[in-house]
Every structure is written in structure tokens, then in C-alpha cells.
Design a protein around this ligand. Structure first.
Ligand code: OGA
Ligand code: MN
Length: 217
């Protein structure tokens, strides 16, 4: 089997620099075509295959003893082990490693690792408005969501609704979960929710973490 070539490096560096600058200036960033279409397709096929083999689990809330709360979130997830991934999924983690280093170089956030899961939202599934940090912990610092859905149209719903100004909940940005789009934001500051969709919706969501709690939240 032939392996997918990595994204062109200078192009990836430029994209990572753009994301880091947007994080610094406005706290969030939406990037289209973050990876080449064939890599996105291979990740989607990997996710669909894992789904068919029953590898996904009902998603939980909080840390430690995860509580399944289908009135808050009704997606199913598969946690990924970056060190054990290959092919297109490994190419994704390599690109995110470039992003981690760029953010650390430009924003001094001291991000040291990345945890990530694939998520499937069956038609009608949702994730109500929330913040990604657990109560009493600000280790999760930067959220990324990467979308895998081919031919996604506005009428399919499933938007990520990002509350772009914490002081004004009326200011929202709805992002379509279209294949290749990467959304990045500061985990402790931006509320967001996943609106229900009429189609199955696939995403790869992850968090860059700090090693130690920051003194102020
Ligand atoms: C999450 C989340 C957003 C998405 O898993 O915390 O908000 O668009 N996901 O999948
Ligand atoms: Mn979230």
C-alpha cells in the first residue's frame, strides 16, 4: 500500500504561524483545508472502519469517573493513542505537533502534550453549550476540532457554534463541519456547542495541555 505523503512543510509552517497569531490576537481561529483532501479522506475511512467494528463508546462528561449524560452530549467517541497511530492519522498528529511547537514558540503557553478522540454524532445528536476545561483544572489550554465530512451543506446542520465574545453571548460564529476545516480556540475562554445534524457527523477533537496549572484562569 502506498503511504500518504506528509503535507508540504513550508505551507504547514505558514498555516501554523497563522493559527498561533490568531490565537494571540483574538483567541480562536478557523482554518479551511488544513490538510490535503486525500489525508482527510483516509482519516474519515479509518473512523468509519473503527465505527463498524464497534470501537466507539458513548461519550462522558468530566474527568476521572466519566458520567454519561445523553441530555448534555449524545455523541460516541474513540480515544486515539498518538504514539500508536500510523498512516493518515499519524500525519494529522505530525501536523498538530508542528502547531504545538509553533504556539509554544510564539505564545509561550508551555503546551506539552495532546489528547484526542474521534467523535461520531448520529443524526439528531448534539453537545450542549460548554467549556472544555474540567472544574478546578486549567490543564487543557488549546482546543482543536478537525472535521471529516465530505459534501457538508448548511442544511445538514451540525454546526459548531462558537461564542466568540465571552462578555456578549449574542456574538456567535457557526462553523460547518466540512472536511478539512480545523477550529482552534483557547479552551478556558470560549463556550461552544454542537448543533444537531441530519447526517452522521465525524470530527477529530483534541486538547493541548499544560504540565502544571496556570496560576490564573
Ligand atoms: C468536544 C466538542 C466539538 C465538535 O468534544 O468537546 O466540543 O465540533 N466537540 O465536535
Ligand atoms: Mn467542547
Amino acid at each position: 500500500m502506498h503511504t500518504t505523503p506528509p503535507a508540504h512543510h513550508s505551507e504547514l509552517d505558514t498555516t501554523c504561524h497563522h493559527i498561533a497569531s490568531q490565537l494571540a490576537s483574538q483567541g480562536w481561529c478557523v482554518t479551511g483545508d488544513f490538510l490535503a483532501a486525500d489525508i482527510v479522506r483516509d482519516i474519515r475511512e479509518y473512523a468509519q472502519h473503527a465505527w463498524r467494528t464497534g470501537a466507539f463508546r458513548q461519550a462522558g462528561i468530566g474527568q476521572g469517573k466519566l458520567e454519561v449524560q445523553p441530555d448534555i452530549r449524545s455523541d460516541q467517541v474513540l480515544w486515539l493513542e498518538p504514539a500508536q497511530c500510523d498512516g493518515a492519522v499519524a500525519a494529522y498528529f505530525a501536523a498538530l505537533e508542528c502547531l504545538r511547537q509553533t504556539i509554544n514558540r510564539e505564545l509561550y503557553l508551555g503546551l506539552f502534550d495532546y489528547e484526542a478522540h474521534l467523535a461520531i454524532y448520529a443524526p439528531g445528536s448534539f453537545y450542549k453549550k460548554h467549556l472544555d476545561q474540567f472544574r478546578g483544572s486549567n490543564l487543557r489550554t488549546v482546543t482543536t476540532t478537525f472535521y471529516l465530512n465530505a459534501d457538508w451543506q448548511p442544511q445538514h446542520g451540525g454546526q459548531l457554534r462558537l461564542y466568540t465574545h465571552s462578555e456578549d453571548p449574542a456574538r456567535q460564529l457557526d462553523v460547518l463541519p466540512a472536511a478539512g476545516t480545523l477550529v482552534t480556540f483557547l479552551s478556558g475562554e470560549y463556550y461552544h456547542e454542537v448543533l444537531p445534524a441530519t447526517r452522521e457527523r465525524l470530527s477529530l477533537t483534541g486538547w493541548f495541555r499544560r504540565r502544571e496549572m496556570a496560576s490564573t484562569v
